[in-house]
Design a protein around this ligand. Structure first.
Ligand code: NAD
Ligand code: WQD
Length: 338
């Protein structure tokens, strides 16, 4: 299939482009590089041995989107582009709503008008808020979103549901990712956050490489086995492969489907730290701090629907995730600047 990948230079997008190309798909990336680096796509080309046609453009630039969609006649769009920092979304909500909502509205309009009505959307477990059911199934009601980032995903899901109801020719697949970590096994691409990382794994790898002094563990008084927060960490390559599985089933199937992409296993912050130390033979200095505002105690998925319907199941475990995250960071202490 001919596939438009928005945000394909980013962390999850770049790993997904590799898997899409390996599965024989023709990929075109649109990204404005606001949170990524062109080097990532150059490395993808080295890994896959195939060119990645790339257009540097903002999704909100309707003329640019019309040009690219008009000239390629895509079969499907895998839509990653958007802002994702929870803290920044709280301090700059307008910026988040404008980029995530306006960008997607333009994209959907242009795709529809150019005859591409197959879409795979990067949603998030964040739409469950504080989940009512653990493990979280797709039937779990979407909750009170804790921040404008999560709210933007919630709103975009709703927009897609309404659009698909009004025009049943659309195939929409909403993928709710849990906590992606890890990196490609080559160590050539990985997560490269700007500034001080907000998420656990990039913080740990930057402590390990000596860029940060110690990890702050946000709370050890949750109602969990060791008191630290529990999450469903998923290897980014497993996540990327999930998109390929969706594509295998998307054609000729009008409707809207929602899938959790997670492993179904919850690990605490201390589990992750210990696992990282063990597989990589490095020490991670840490201290226990206050809980982080907006955090929940436990969140992990029931990934059964993706297995039943798509035949997809995460294959990598926490040790693989820790090993591959470190392999990327130790070879590239300054991310794509190295
Ligand atoms: P990322 O920031 O690495 O990638 C997003 C890419 O989109 C970047 O390359 C950025 O330059 C690009 N982009 C942003 N706004 C754009 C615009 N208006 N026009 C064109 N390009 C634009 O993030 P990621 O971790 O790869 O996440 C990809 C998607 O998955 C996002 O939508 C994110 O919300 C979602 N998601 C991420 C996580 C996570 O923890 N990483 C979890 C759940 C969902
Ligand atoms: C994981 C655990 C923290 C950093 C976020 C978004 C969510 C989704 C994934 C996009 C928690 C603890 C963290 C640190 C710590 N993104 N922690 N010290 O909060 O589960 O989810 O990323 O959709 O929307 O909210 O991920 O990696 O920030 O935290 O102790 O320096 O690690 O308290 O228990 P989170 P995270």
């Amino acid at each position: 299939m001919k596939i438009l990948v928005t945000g394909g230079a980013g962390y999850i997008g770049s790993h997904t482009v590799i898997e899409l190309q390996a599965a024989g798909h023709e990929v075109v990336v649109v990204d404005n590089l606001v949170n990524s680096n062109l080097t990532a796509l150059k490395r993808v080309e080295q890994i896959s041995g195939k060119a990645v046609p790339f257009l540097e453009a903002d999704l909100r630039d309707r003329a640019a989107m019309e040009r690219v969609c008009g000239s390629y006649c895509f079969d499907c769009c895998v839509h990653f582009a958007g802002f994702k920092s929870v803290g920044e979304s709280v301090s700059q909500p307008w910026k988040y709503y404008d980029n995530n909502i306006t960008g997607t509205l333009v994209l959907l309009d242009v795709l529809g008008k150019t005859g591409c009505k197959n879409l795979i959307f990067s949603s998030s477990a964040a739409v469950y808020g504080e989940p009512e059911i653990i493990p979280v199934t797709e039937e779990c009601p979407r909750g009170q979103c804790a921040n404008p980032y999560a709210q933007s995903k919630f709103m975009l899901e709703q927009i897609m549901m309404d659009l698909q109801k009004a025009d049943p020719e659309w195939n929409m697949v909403l993928l709710r990712y849990f906590n992606p970590i890890g990196a490609h096994k080559s160590g050539m691409i990985g997560e490269d956050p700007r500034g001080v990382p907000n998420n656990l794994m990039p913080y740990i790898t930057q402590v390990a490489v000596g860029k940060l002094e110690k990890l702050s563990i946000f709370g050890d008084d949750y109602d969990t086995l060791d008191g630290t927060g529990v999450r469903d960490y998923i290897h980014v390559v497993d996540l990327a492969k999930g998109h390929v599985k969706v594509l295998d089933s998307i054609e000729g199937q009008c409707g809207l489907e929602i899938f959790n992409l997670g492993t179904g296993v919850g690990y605490s912050v201390l589990d992750v730290v210990k696992s990282f130390e063990k597989v990589n033979d490095v020490k991670i200095a840490y201290e226990i701090k206050e809980r982080r505002a907006g955090d929940i105690a436990v969140c992990y998925s029931d990934p059964g629907k993706a297995q039943r319907v798509l035949g997809w199941k995460a294959e990598y475990g926490i040790e693989d995730m820790c090993r591959d995250s470190w392999n990327w960071q130790k070879n590239h202490p300054n991310g794509f600047k190295d």
